[in-house]
Design a protein around this ligand. Structure first.
Ligand SMILES: C[S@@+](CC[C@H](N)C(=O)[O-])C[C@H]1O[C@@H](n2cnc3c(N)ncnc32)[C@H](O)[C@@H]1O
Length: 245
């Protein structure tokens, strides 16, 4: 059985065909290593999401983690949020992720405080929320469906509630975009990924992870009604925003 220290070597050998990236059993088995070596500042982001959630959580409200994977952001919220009667709801549509997430919550003694749902975030009710986290999840939603999801999140948030949105971004200017990508690839090399791993993973993600510009995110968040949009993190082409209702 894979442990959380199982190294990610999914793309280490030449693959005959590179299939679209999926959050399946193979990925779940190495996910902790993969995300820590692939997302610059991941552990800082996770800790900060809990800290930010603690500033916006309201008593008797719900705190959502959409696309929760192994539950890292949920656990961070659980540690930091102290407002009374907050319910924590973590949703992912990968059964393999949800099963592993349940084990993590059990180990952390949080399984009774978190409602874990295996389902598509496009179909789930979001109600009475004071905090909604989407930590590198929106980028996997088809671009034409993103606005309606954000509208539903906005409607489900209480006044003063927050959406914490982290995304990989692109830049319209080709030269600047390439510069950020080059810096990011250097970060991956420094974390032990080979040229083959970087290029095969990039091909696998090409049609699945569709990054947008920071301006596109800000405009859409404004368009659905968020009154303050505060960027709070950037490292290379990875950003995180706090959008306040
Ligand atoms: C990059 S991972 C998110 C990382 C995670 N939020 C964290 O902080 O560690 C993206 C996750 O979103 C989930 N996902 C993608 N599309 C989804 C959808 N339509 N509904 C629910 N989950 C989805 C994937 O299964 C995957 O676990």
């Amino acid at each position: 059985m894979a442990t959380d220290r199982t190294p990610d070597n999914i793309y280490a050998n030449p693959l005959e065909t590179i299939v679209d990236f999926k959050f399946d059993d193979q990925v779940v088995g190495v996910f902790a290593d993969m995300i820590n070596r692939s997302v610059p500042g991941y552990s800082t982001i996770i800790k900060s999401l809990g800290i930010l959630a603690s500033q916006y959580a309201q008593p008797d409200s719900r705190c959502y983690d959409l696309g929760c994977s192994l539950g890292a952001a949920t656990l961070s919220m659980r540690q930091q949020v102290s407002q009374p009667n907050c319910r924590f709801i973590a949703i992912d549509n990968s059964e393999a992720m949800i099963n592993r997430c349940r084990e993590h919550l059990q180990v952390a003694n949080c399984d009774e405080q978190v409602e874990l749902i295996c389902g598509d975030i496009l179909d789930q009710n979001i109600d009475e929320a004071s905090v909604v986290i989407m930590n590198f999840t929106l980028q996997f939603i088809a671009p034409e469906l993103r606005e309606q999801l954000l509208q539903r999140i906005y409607q489900g948030l209480k006044p003063g509630g927050v959406l914490l949105l982290s995304e990989k971004i692109r830049i319209d200017d080709a030269e600047s975009d390439q510069q950020l990508i080059d810096w990011y690839h250097q970060f991956k090399r420094a974390n032990g990924y080979s040229e083959l791993e970087i290029s095969q993973k990039r091909s696998a993600l090409e049609k699945v992870l569709i990054p947008e510009t920071l301006e596109a995110h800000q405009q859409r968040l404004q368009g659905v009604g968020f009154k303050q949009i505060q960027p709070w993190f950037q490292c290379f082409n990875f950003i995180s925003l706090a959008a306040i209702k």
